[in-house]
Design a binder for this molecule. Structure first.
Ligand code: ZN
Length: 438
């Protein structure tokens, strides 16, 4: 029997991690005779959802389970959630959904809606009643949304891999002892890995901060690349266990919907095409704001200070440039603002300025002699009353193309530059060996 187990929202800012519960269950379920038909799927959901805990990630385990053992497998899953979820946190509302057989289209669509929009609990409960074998929810039941979305997130389109390693309990909450140089060599030597190091700052991005059980997570295009990376990364503390996940991270899955300005909705990740109006403003904190219009209205777009050199690119935009922008939409007192996650310069306005011509005699720079007095060469002194200013195209310092914030400021879902042209399709026919510890 094909069994899909969706799990969501077991973590809190103070600790825990839904992927850790998944890694424990991998070993447990295999021990009970289940055969995994896919890597555990790690689905990042709408990063702008108001009730997200940390990374807004949910998990689906997909197994071929021995007939007759359903009750036993479900109990193992519920026990794992109950022993590891951070129930004391107000924002932690775990949910588990069990689905048997092929995943229906309605659940796949529900997954896309949860990644790209705001979905309500009633919709999840209706679909669970209609399609799923059973579900368990704790506290305010909201975890059912992510758990059901995980079941529907079959990752048949673009996807990537992340190998997560976990710490032994004694080390949790303490400084992570990962050898930074070994991570930098992964970035340099394994081209199929991505976002291990920020190229601008050299900052290592694989180790989270905070008390959760993750030691590090290394991202790549294939299971083989993340496994090779784990072999290269040196750590000075024990690794309790590790597991490879297949995921929508780094795929821009959240930015798939195009909107007009008048259709924008708060918290819905959106893509809009429009024309830059006026000049950018730099506001307190170093954030850069500019306005675009598309015929249906105008909206402010913001590049935040942590996006570093991306702001410099944004500041080179001029009135009349045609751009496609993508990101989360936030409601402020001033109206809606799109928080830029991607900027595509489609066509750039030609900007001209008036400049003094070069000297016709020697080619030197000229200066004005005053109103109606013409120009004089600063080098040879040549004067010409008839000589006047000429127009010149201003160099823009920006070309048509795609611009992204640096990896250190990217969201889990943002597709990094390195991935353009490397997109995958389909689901794995067999799993790499090994794909988890234990
Ligand atoms: Zn001259």
């Amino acid at each position: 029997m094909l069994l899909h187990i969706g799990i969501d929202d077991t973590d809190s800012p103070e600790g825990g991690c839904t992927t850790y519960v998944a890694a424990l269950l991998v070993e447990k379920l295999e021990g009970m005779g289940c055969r995994f038909v896919d890597y555990p799927n790690l689905l990042r959901l709408n990063p702008n959802a108001p009730w997200k805990t940390r990374g807004n990630g949910s998990i689906c385990l997909r197994v071929e389970a021995p007939e007759g053992g359903e009750a036993e497998f479900k109990k193992a899953v519920i026990d794992a959630v109950e022993s590891h979820a951070e129930f004391q946190c107000d924002n932690t509302n775990p949910g588990v959904v069990f689905h048997e057989g092929a995943v229906p289209e309605a659940l796949k669509k529900f997954h896309d809606d949860v990644v790209q929009t705001i979905v309500h609990l009633e919709e999840a409960e209706r679909l669970i009643a209609e399609h799923c074998a059973s579900a368990v929810a704790w506290k305010n039941r909201r975890g059912l949304i992510g758990a059901l979305a995980a079941v529907g997130g079959t990752l048949e389109g673009d996807h990537t891999y992340e190998l997560l390693t976990y710490r032994v309990p004694e080390k949790r909450g303490k400084k992570r002892l990962v050898e930074l140089e070994s991570v930098r060599s992964v970035e340099a030597r394994l081209p199929e890995t991505f976002n291990s190091v920020d190229p601008e700052t050299g900052q290592v991005l694989i180790a989270p901060r905070g008390p959760d059980p993750v030691l590090y997570g290394v991202r790549g295009e294939t299971p083989e690349s993340v496994l090779a990376a784990m072999k290269m990364i040196e750590v000075d503390e024990p690794v309790e266990r590790w597991c490879i996940f297949r995921t929508n991270q780094g795929t821009d899955a959240h930015l798939a919907r195009a909107y007009t300005v008048s259709d924008l909705k708060p918290r819905h990740p959106s893509t809009i095409t429009g024309i830059v109006e006026g000049k950018h403003r730099v506001i307190e904190g170093g954030h850069v704001i500019f306005t675009i219009a598309d015929g249906s209205g105008r909206v402010d777009c913001a590049a935040y200070e942590p996006s570093g050199s991306f702001r410099d690119t944004v500041m080179r935009l001029r009135e009349g440039d045609e751009v496609r922008v993508a990101g989360g939409v936030r409601e402020t007192e001033m109206g809606l603002t799109l928080n830029l996650e991607r900027l595509e310069a489609l066509s750039l306005a030609v900007e001209q300025r008036l400049v003094n011509p070069r000297c016709p005699a020697c080619g030197g720079a000229t200066e004005s002699m005053g109103r109606g007095q013409g120009l004089r060469c600063k080098k040879c002194g040549h004067r010409e009353v008839g000589l006047t200013k000429v127009t010149e195209e201003v160099p823009r310092g920006i070309k048509p193309g795609i611009y992204l914030p640096p990896p250190r400021a990217e969201r889990h879902l943002t597709k990094p530059f390195k991935r353009y042209g490397r997109e995958h399709r389909g689901t794995p026919e067999k799993l790499a060996a090994p794909w988890h510890s234990g």
